[in-house]
Design a protein around this ligand. Structure first.
Ligand code: LLP
Length: 425
């Protein structure tokens, strides 16, 4: 039986549990703030996606950028996932999690020669190439290593994904991919390069898509392109459809029905005889994680009420960066239903360090724990040490067990990385 989100975040005896672990127990051991993820939720999200893809011929390459903790990669690897990576760091993380090179896809608009070398040497399934220059550089690296490298050409279909402008990637004026109308020319060029083998086409039009329509338009364009390329004698064996399927950041938000997504792929592209690649990130881990923090101060002014928490925009940057909404809930279940309007803010010295504005919020007290929901994707991975705040720990839960999968560094270990030159003395 598949588990719904509701069944792994549950109040028991008025305390929020993740799976079967009361969150205050973790807070007691690691301190706040911290990220915490449910292994069961991740597994369940992965399985729901698989179910939706049905009988298609496909592989899944989890987008490591969403959450790159090696423990999570290991779990997904054990479920059969490959990895979609965009840097040497992500490549080495995937390898450290035991993912074989032939299950790793290298995406990204700015791969360096060093990164190409590392991946070719260590083994790679395919590179998704995004420009003519990259094609030439990749070929020269492959020649130097005397290896043949499989590639897909990432196409920019000029489709509006109807998502936040900063995470929209499929419009003609975005930096990603090769213009749709140049595809044939690039295929021709690529097929003439000695050490590259073109397997197919890749697209990724954006992230946090909540409507199927942009996918439908993209897939229709893709089908047309495959016909054109085949008619000119090019073999198109694979279609990498990227990631982007959104999650519900609040209960009443409409999201894509996964079964409908699977049906759409089959109906528009299924007849092309291609193997599919999917690169979901957020869909797999987004709703499986929380950011837990403590209320430091209640600052109730005449015209405004602030709740100051101990996590900041450096720990979770999505609200300040994209104006993103994250539900915030108290860890102690409320006894009454009264609500007040508050701004939930962090300790960073910027007004942008605001997680929620005029949010209707239950009554909490100083030292209470609160949790930000849907923080499993693009939370910890986007954290910084701004204001000299060390990165916060990550904890993994399964059933009644929990383990620290990244400890909190000491402040000294952070500041000791700096070097004062001798000539300053
Ligand atoms: N494949 C490619 C080539 C990508 O660029 C991305 C995400 C994915 C797959 C995975 O997309 P997903 O399934 O997770 O939507 N920091 C932003 C999201 C940036 C996404 C970048 N690319 C946020 O916090 O919303």
């Amino acid at each position: 039986m598949l588990i719904t989100e509701k069944s792994y975040f549950k109040y028991r005896k008025k305390i929020l549990n993740l799976e079967d672990v009361p969150l205050p127990e973790i807070a007691y051991q690691v301190g706040t703030p911290f990220y915490v993820y449910s292994a069961t939720a991740i597994k369940s999200n992965y399985e729901k996606f698989i179910l939706a893809l049905g009988e298609l011929n496909y592989s899944i390459s989890y987008a490591v950028k969403a959450n790159s903790n090696i423990a999570i990669l290991k779990l997904l690897g054990s479920l059969g996932a490959g990895m979609d990576i965009v840097s040497s760091g992500e490549y080495l993380r995937a390898k450290a999690a035991g993912i074989p090179g032939n299950k790793i896809v290298f995406s990204g608009v700015g791969k360096t020669k060093d990164e190409m070398n590392l991946a070719i040497e260590g083994g790679i399934k395919q590179f998704n190439v995004e420009s003519e220059s990259e094609l030439r550089v990749l070929n020269s690296v492959a020649v130097a290593q005397n290896k043949t490298v499989t590639i897909s050409i990432r196409i920019n279909p000029d489709i509006d994904a109807q998502t936040h402008e900063k995470i929209s990637t499929g419009k003609a004026d975005n930096k990603f991919g090769i213009p749709y109308e140049d595809a044939e020319k690039i295929f021709q060029k690529a097929s003439q390069l000695s050490n590259l083998k073109v397997s197919g086409i890749a697209v990724h039009i954006g992230s946090q898509l909540t409507d199927l329509e942009p996918y439908r338009q993209t897939f229709l364009k893709l089908a047309e392109l495959v016909h054109v390329l085949k008619s000119r004698g090019h073999d198109v064996k694979s279609l990498d459809l990227g990631g982007g399927i959104g999650i519900a950041y609040s209960d009443n938000k409409k999201v894509i029905d996964l079964l409908e997504y699977g049906k759409l792929v089959k109906s528009v592209l299924g007849h092309l005889n291609c193997k599919f690649e999917f690169e979901p990130g957020r869909l797999i881990v987004g709703n499986a994680g929380l950011l837990v923090c403590s209320v430091l101060y209640l600052k109730y002014l005449k015209n405004k009420k602030f709740i100051v928490v101990d996590s900041g925009m450096n720990d979770l940057s999505r609200p300040s960066m994209y104006g993103a909404y994250h539900e915030i809930i108290p860890i102690k279940e409320e006894n009454n239903t009264s609500r007040i309007k508050v701004d939930v803010v962090g300790p960073i010295c910027e007004t942008g360090d605001t997680f929620a504005r005029d949010r209707s919020f239950p009554i909490v007290e100083e030292k209470d724990l609160v949790a930000f929901k849907s923080c499993g994707a693009y939370g910890s991975v986007m954290a910084s040490e701004y204001n000299s705040r060390p990165l916060i720990p990550e904890v993994f839960v399964k059933g009644t067990n929990f383990s620290i999968i990244r400890p909190r560094p000491s402040i000294m270990s952070v500041i000791q990385r700096d070097i004062v030159p001798d000539w300053l003395d």
